[in-house]
Design a protein around this ligand. Sequence first.
Ligand code: NBP
Length: 484
Amino acid sequence: MSEQAGTARATIGLTGLAVMGRNLARNIARHGHTIAVHNRTTAKMQDLLDEHGDEGDFVGTESLEEFVQAIEKPRVVLVMVKAGPGTDAVIDDLVPLLDEGDIVVDCGNAHYADTMRRTEQLQEHGLHFVGTGVSGGEEGALNGPSIMVGGTDQAYERLGPILESIAAQVDGEPCCAHVGEGGAGHFVKMVHNGIEYADMQLIAESYDLLRSIGGLEPAEIADVFGRWNEGELESFLIQMTADVLRHTDSGTGQPFVDVVKDAAEQKGTGRWTVQSALDLGVPITGIAEATFARSLSGHGEQRAAARKVFTTDPDEQRVDVDREAFVDDVQAALYASKVVAYAQGFDQIKAGAEEHGWDIDLGQVAKIWRDGCIIRARFLGRITEAYTDEPDLTTLLTTAFFADAVKEGVDAWRHVVATAAQGGVPVPAFGSSLSYFDGLRRERLPASLIQALRDNFGAHTYQRIDREGTFHTAWAGDLSESEA
Ligand code: NBP
């Protein structure tokens, strides 16, 4: 049933009816909630009602005033507009129309720092601002996304039941949770997207290795990914990779992957994740390398220049491998590298939570990523178990399940990275993950030399392994050591 607004009878409202907002509104209506809908350009609101008005109880509104008046108090207003200035513009228009206690929910891909700023800004007006990460693309928005909610407990009490009802469900549990206060929802969504970057880069490196060194054709690699999807690697992205690699371009008859330009973008949340990790001092090498690999792919001129100078005879660089054994090795390397990338991502969430005073339950985060979102995977259930057993876990890598997987796979991992280097195939995510693992487990790191050098050129001082205190050596003088 669709009708125009009159009295306040909608339990929730949504403004911003582009791809995401339109599908989210339909999902909400289909779950029996009366929803007021609005879009800056009214035609989009009318299209929604014309095409899908029979899917639930929509209240179509043309002006923001009419929209706000159509929602029961305390109002819940979902904003699903282009992140950045668009969100600020909508908030500025909404605030004067709202009443104390109303809740504004930003479901766009906002930077968490913007969310923290907006939370304070709206608090001054007695309003709740809830930064909410919604993952799963347009399909997820319609059929059940993964939803990472920030803001106050009080706001979640009113908002949570509606969002939980429209989220993806696993074993009767919603993939939606109040992950923490303030900007926590958008922070967790940002790291989710960063992990998505690492996951996709690892998959892409696996494909490149199987094709360039293993000699498999895309359709054969599709079968390999299909098999992998039946084991511990089972995930949305692995399944999707099989589908994409099996696809043939209708125009040329070529494998589809061969007709797509090999330049990827990295302007979004992957970059934010790396920037935040640098500020927090958390080594998220997998995500960072994935982001830089996208940058490199986009530097067409440099790539062309380098190709001209450094092209070698492919036969000279060929590495002979046992195909079947190599496929198994790449699988083990992919799994181990993926464990590292996720461990690093969860480290970042933990560090972000400490920095901003958010009480984030890491096991719960893994739980709400099990379905609905792009990185949904069987593997996430193991992460939830790990954090449930030990909430203050130092690193996911050392929990029994993941430690065993890495120990079992480490020889294959080294073999794959070494073979890639010999064959001239770039594996920045595989390689950096292996280096991270070796760095963590090493008895002594060469950071001792770095500290000594820093003391030499800048009197930055150092600590000793055999005595407490901070020391400096008179490098330009008699090499005597003094306590700083
Ligand atoms: P877009 O990001 O393309 O934004 C289009 C919407 O923003 C339209 O409704 C447009 O209204 C509205 N808008 C803009 Br632009 N400026 C406005 C302003 N100053 N005042 C009022 N409305 C304004 O839409 P989307 O792809 O549906 O994404 C919505 C949000 O969801 C974004 O933050 C996006 O990052 C996030 N997100 C997207 C995906 C995805 O897969 N696409 C996934 C997860 C999250 P108009 O019709 O009048 O121009």
